[in-house]
Design a protein around this ligand. Structure first.
Ligand code: ADP
Ligand code: MG
Length: 307
């Protein structure tokens, strides 16, 4: 028996002993359904800790945005949580790199159109012209953990980055708990595949069906499309991503675009989330140009708009 002992220990270690389990949990948070799946001896702890941290992130975002907006225009720099500060720093960096296609100061324009709310509407030209004064990254200032909006009425919207940042938080927690196989899925919008995983990309013309299934490993994928939050007026579809230059819904000819960023890039899911939104605004041609310069950002697939 003694001579078989090392073999038994090895087999137990390799094939699921040592409390090696697969756990899965879904919750509604950050305006979407988040599903976390993990395999490992610490899988449950990794998932539980991730959901706790995601809830904290969501609270910090609301509280910090409220504080910053309330003090907008009064010259004060407001101390905010380190994670919201980091998110805003990343947002500003990539706003510049995308020539303003991605811009978290688009909040006033997002609110004006109300797309994804119960009361979306096409604003008047006067309203659109007026709201342009309240959109622009030059209004957001960051310094030593503090933030300031220099004009009252400018609003922050982290809808295009927060899910990606949340994915990265969960990813770090999974690493800490030694998870080498799992999936971090924020509403099918930003996903991290730990180990080899098959990911379905929705067909924007019929989101109940998949356009394709891709196999990914150790990377983040983010998809931005016009098929979940939109409204139609006079046969025209207005979707939730705003072109910050025109303050109208982006009309670049894309109906869905998916971007992949690998794990060796810092905050890869955050970066993927940003670029899928930005590319939806710029259109495919400019997206390809940007992706050639930012070579860590790969365009995985893109569907053109029919109408
Ligand atoms: P989803 O949130 O559905 O996953 P995205 O990641 O593309 O989709 O983010 C879109 C959201 O980002 C919008 O609902 C809005 O809150 C915000 N947003 C809209 N336009 C922009 C923009 N040009 N730059 C940054 N954020 C934007
Ligand atoms: Mg995004």
């Amino acid at each position: 028996m003694k001579k078989f002992l090392p073999l038994i220990i090895l087999v137990t270690f390799l094939f699921g002993g040592c409390g090696m389990t697969t756990c899965e949990r879904s919750e509604i948070a950050m305006g979407t359904v988040i599903t976390l799946k993990a395999t490992g001896s610490d899988a449950q702890a990794a998932i539980d800790e991730s959901f706790t941290r995601i809830a904290e992130l969501e609270e910090n975002i609301s509280a910090d945005i409220k504080k910053i907006e309330e003090s907008a225009g009064n010259g004060e720099f407001i101390k905010i949580s380190p994670e919201v500060y980091e998110m805003l720093e990343i947002a500003q960096k990539y706003s510049e790199l995308t020539n303003g296609a991605f811009d978290v100061t688009c909040g006033a324009a997002v609110e004006l159109w109300g797309i994804g709310t119960k009361n979306p509407r096409v604003p008047t030209n006067e309203e659109i012209t007026a709201v342009k004064n309240f959109v622009g990254r030059e209004h957001l200032h960051l310094h030593s953990g503090k933030a300031q909006l220099d004009l009252r009425g400018v609003k922050l919207n982290l809808g295009g980055i927060a899910k990606g940042y949340g994915v990265n938080i969960a990813r770090k927690i999974f690493i800490k708990h030694g998870i080498h196989d799992g999936l971090i899925d924020f509403g099918n919008s930003t996903i991290f595949a730990i180990g080899k995983k098959k990911i379905g990309i929705k067909n924007p013309d019929d989101p109940s069906k998949l356009a394709e299934i891709v196999e990914l490993k150790d990377c983040a994928i983010s998809t931005s499309g016009n098929y979940e939050k939109f409204f139609i007026v006079e046969d025209r579809r207005y979707a939730h991503i705003i072109d910050p230059k025109t303050c109208t819904p982006a009309n670049s000819g894309i109906s869905s675009i998916s971007v992949v960023v690998f794990d060796d890039v810092k905050n890869c899911a955050t970066v993927a989330d940003i670029f899928s939104t930005a590319f939806f605004v710029t259109g495919l041609e400019r997206a390809e140009e940007i992706s050639r310069r930012q070579s860590h950002v790969k365009i995985l697939s893109c569907s053109k708009r029919i109408k």
